[in-house]
Design a protein around this ligand. Structure first.
Ligand SMILES: [Zn+2]
Ligand SMILES: [Zn+2]
Length: 457
């Protein structure tokens, strides 16, 4: 088997792995790098331009895993695209939104290459997309007329516990097998139960390492963290503050809404409208509609029925007074021109308001800068705005959708493959995992391929 790392960066970057087995090629993920612009955000497709890729398998519908799918299909026009059933319902919405974002960035920031693909292109390609049940084993090798009875390589989908539709992908061919975790969570979230990789066997493991450099505090419990979040929301609303929870539209939004719905059912939070963004609404709708096609901890909880969700339109933003209102709104990184960014500009200077973070924010993003800013000290929030001073309450809650680093180690040790390829993490995160794994499995072959590097495993 040969594995090529197509991530253009040495960081989390854009997920894309080319796997060759017995002369067949499959691409695992087709992401974009959230910290780069234009073609610099793309995986290194041009470096493998002459390869006949027969299939593209998508682990889940976050941009860093599927955002360049139409570009991948420009390079590999013969490929079919396989994913889980829930991802099938999500992927086109994610890609169309990405066209809108790129068009806006072309106008505002003058990025001439944008958009990298068009709405019509997505529509025309969508007939290639197929959704499969968890556990399904799909043959993907193209027919070989010289060897018509040769068995096809397969790919199967295993519940990864990260977000609706997320899957670990197992590729097998003859005696060769590889397992790619995608983004994985080994503990229960509010709606999404932990990963189910029971019974998976593989010689080669591609392991995500997002939290490799993040220590898990002793005695940490996600349930306590969720209770702390609900208490902070309640305290804010009781003092008639505006409460802003910046979130990603897919995954974080629904997990936080789920936690709020349960708190309202218990009587821990008073019922009141919750303001969400347009894209958050779309994905919440899909969560409600297809949750029966994925493992689900709250099959009876319908978020639209349980909550009074109000979509906040951009043109209403200026008129609305934040006081006493709850916003669970995009974007998680508070990028410029998003609703969360505009609300933070108004709320941060006012002492009584509260901004509550629930996940990761890259340090160089507006959210990262706001989190790092000391109360009362002016700082540069984003490029288009001047100095901002945070006087409001600010808290961070660890409601991660990624496995804790000890869980990643335990899984690798349990799987006991011949080789482990470390990816989708910052260098210090991968290094921590490598050192700890080496201590536990001294004979394991541990690899950290650089961008564009091909490994024989
Ligand atoms: Zn993800
Ligand atoms: Zn990811």
């Amino acid at each position: 088997m040969r594995v090529t790392n197509l991530n253009p960066a040495d960081t989390i970057g854009a997920s894309a792995w080319l796997v060759e087995t017995g002369g067949h090629h499959i691409l695992l993920d087709a992401g974009t790098h959230p910290g780069e612009e234009g073609s610099a955000a793309l995986p290194l497709y041009s470096s493998v331009a002459d390869v006949d890729v027969e299939a593209i398998a998508i682990s889940h519908c976050h941009h860093d895993h599927c955002g360049s799918l139409p570009v991948a299909l420009q390079h590999f026009p013969r490929a079919r695209v396989v994913m889980t059933e829930p991802s099938y319902f999500l992927v086109e919405r994610v890609l169309h939104n990405s066209v809108n974002v790129m068009k806006r960035q072309r106008e505002e920031r003058g990025i001439a290459e944008y958009p990298l693909y068009h709405h019509r292109e997505i529509d025309e390609l969508s007939y290639l997309f197929q959704g499969f049940r968890y556990g399904h084993v799909e043959p993907w090798g193209s027919f070989d007329s010289e060897n018509p009875t040769a068995p096809s390589p397969t790919v199967s989908f295993h519940h990864a516990g990260h977000v609706l539709g997320s899957a670990g992908l197992r590729v097998a061919h003859g005696r060769e097998s590889l397992f790619f975790t995608g983004d994985v969570c080994f503990h229960d979230q509010t709606l999404t139960p932990k990963a189910d990789f029971e019974g998976v066997q593989a010689d080669v493991l591609i392991l995500e390492t997002t939290r490799g450099a993040t220590e898990t505090p002793s005695g940490f419990s996600r349930d306590d963290e969720a209770k702390r979040l609900i208490a902070a929301i309640r305290a804010g609303l009781e003092r008639r503050a505006g409460v802003l929870v910046p979130v990603f539209a897919l995954g974080r939004t629904q997990e936080v809404l789920g936690e709020i719905a349960l708190a309202m059912q218990r009587g821990d939070l008073k019922r009141q409208p919750i303001y969400i963004g347009g894209l958050g609404r779309v994905f919440t709708e899909i969560y409600d509609l297809v949750s029966n096609r994925a493992p689900n901890r709250r099959p009876d909880l319908n978020l639209h029925e349980a909550l009074d969700l109000q979509v906040l339109e951009r043109n209403e933003l200026e008129k609305i007074k934040p006081d006493g209102r709850l916003f669970v709104i995009t974007a998680g990184m508070m990028s410029e021109h998003t609703l969360a960014h505009e609300l933070a500009l108004r709320m941060a200077p006012v002492e009584k308001h509260a901004i509550l973070f629930v996940g990761y924010a890259a340090p160089e993003t507006p959210a990262g800068k706001l989190r790092a800013a000391a109360r009362g000290k002016p700082f540069q929030f984003s490029n288009s705005d001047g100095a901002l001073t945070r006087n409001c309450e600010m808290q961070i809650f660890d409601l991660s959708a990624h496995a804790y680093r000890e869980e990643l180690l335990d899984f690798a040790v349990h799987l006991n493959p011949r080789s482990v390829i470390l990816g989708h993490g910052e260098p210090d995160a991968r290094d921590w995992i490598e050192v700890e794994l080496r201590a536990r499995l001294p004979r394991l072959n541990i690899l950290q391929p650089m961008p564009g590097e091909t490994l024989s495993v």
